[in-house]
Write a protein that binds this ligand. Structure first.
Ligand SMILES: *[C@@H]1O[C@H](CO)[C@@H](O)[C@H](O)[C@H]1NC(C)=O
Ligand SMILES: *[C@@H]1O[C@H](CO)[C@@H](O)[C@H](O)[C@H]1NC(C)=O
Ligand SMILES: *[C@@H]1O[C@H](CO)[C@@H](O)[C@H](O)[C@H]1NC(C)=O
Ligand SMILES: *[C@@H]1O[C@H](CO)[C@@H](O)[C@H](O)[C@H]1NC(C)=O
Ligand SMILES: *[C@@H]1O[C@H](CO)[C@@H](O)[C@H](O)[C@H]1NC(C)=O
Length: 240
């Protein structure tokens, strides 16, 4: 199934290039140059935070010249699903689309954008708008990566050990310490694509306070902790 889909999506750019060169001046001009002139063809990469709304636009083509528009959706580990709109009959068709969060952004006779609301980690995948128009075929693809901010905690363990944890972030967060210590970093990968990163440190000369910085595409966080016997096992949640 996957192989079949890839083959059919791969064929598209070729047909677009040929049709456009033919309609522009009918000669076989440099394909790469033609490709750059086409605003409709490129794939885009989108990173969208979980629980927000994502909207994907089709190529900007005069709506009255569009015959059929098909959104092809290929989610991680799943078969394709399609949503199509046929303009002459003002008719929509759904093929295997069971996810109610993936819909037309508004009325397809006015706007052909697709929306996901709200975005979940299961929506990682490839979304492609394919248009059959009076001027040829156009398409635009989006590689969607869903982002999840990690939950960050810093606490003191026994014997002056400090533990900084960035739980269930997507993609994995990076942890760094000030001052630098003797640290061990572990990662745990979850089925929903999130990763928990935990860094455990000790210092030869125990500093009075340490801070842990977590950097992540959704935003950076820095936490600090006073290392003392009274604070043993106390959790500090302060974030900057
Ligand atoms: C867009 O992405 C799809 C799926 O990964 C790929 O098959 C296609 O070749 C890409 N198209 C372009 C123009 O890069
Ligand atoms: C298309 O159909 C919808 C409802 O099915 C209707 O509201 C809309 O006016 C129709 N648009 C056109 C252009 O006929
Ligand atoms: C829907 O799924 C069936 C089997 O799972 C597949 O044969 C069919 O091609 C799919 N249809 C679309 C439009 O993706
Ligand atoms: C992902 O899975 C982990 C482990 O089951 C869970 O703690 C976390 O809340 C999940 N995150 C999302 C965004 O579903
Ligand atoms: C987050 O931290 C990283 C590395 O420490 C840095 O490159 C990036 O610019 C920071 N991002 C923000 C939004 O401050």
């Amino acid at each position: 199934m996957w192989t079949l889909l890839r083959t059919s999506t791969l064929r598209l750019p070729i047909s677009v290039i040929i049709m456009v060169s033919a309609s522009v001046n009918g000669s076989s001009t440099d394909k790469r140059q033609r490709k750059l002139e086409l605003p409709a063809e490129a794939n885009a990469s989108l990173s969208v935070p979980v629980d927000t709304k994502a909207v994907f636009d089709c190529p900007s083509i005069l709506l009255t010249s569009v015959v059929v528009t098909t959104w092809q959706i290929i989610l991680r580990d799943k078969l394709s699903c399609t949503r199509a709109y046929r303009r002459d009959r003002n008719e929509t068709k759904e093929g295997n689309c069971t996810d109610e969060r993936i819909t037309w952004a508004s009325r397809p006779d006015e706007n052909l954008a697709l929306q996901i609301d709200p975005v979940a980690t299961t929506h990682d995948g490839f979304y492609m708008c394919q248009m059959v128009t009076h001027f040829g075929n156009f398409h635009r693809g989006y590689h969607l990566q869903v982002l999840v901010p990690p939950e960050v905690t810093l606490f003191q363990g026994k014997n002056g050990i400090a533990v900084c944890r960035a739980a269930a972030g997507k993609p994995a967060a990076q942890i760094s310490w000030n001052p630098e210590g003797d640290c061990v970093t572990e990662q745990e990968h979850w089925a929903n694509g999130t990763v928990t990163v935990q860094s455990t440190c000790r210092w030869e000369d125990r500093p009075v306070s340490v801070s842990c910085s977590v950097s992540h595409v959704t935003g950076n966080k820095s936490l600090s902790l006073e290392l003392s016997l009274e604070h043993e096992n106390k959790k500090i949640w302060k974030s900057i």
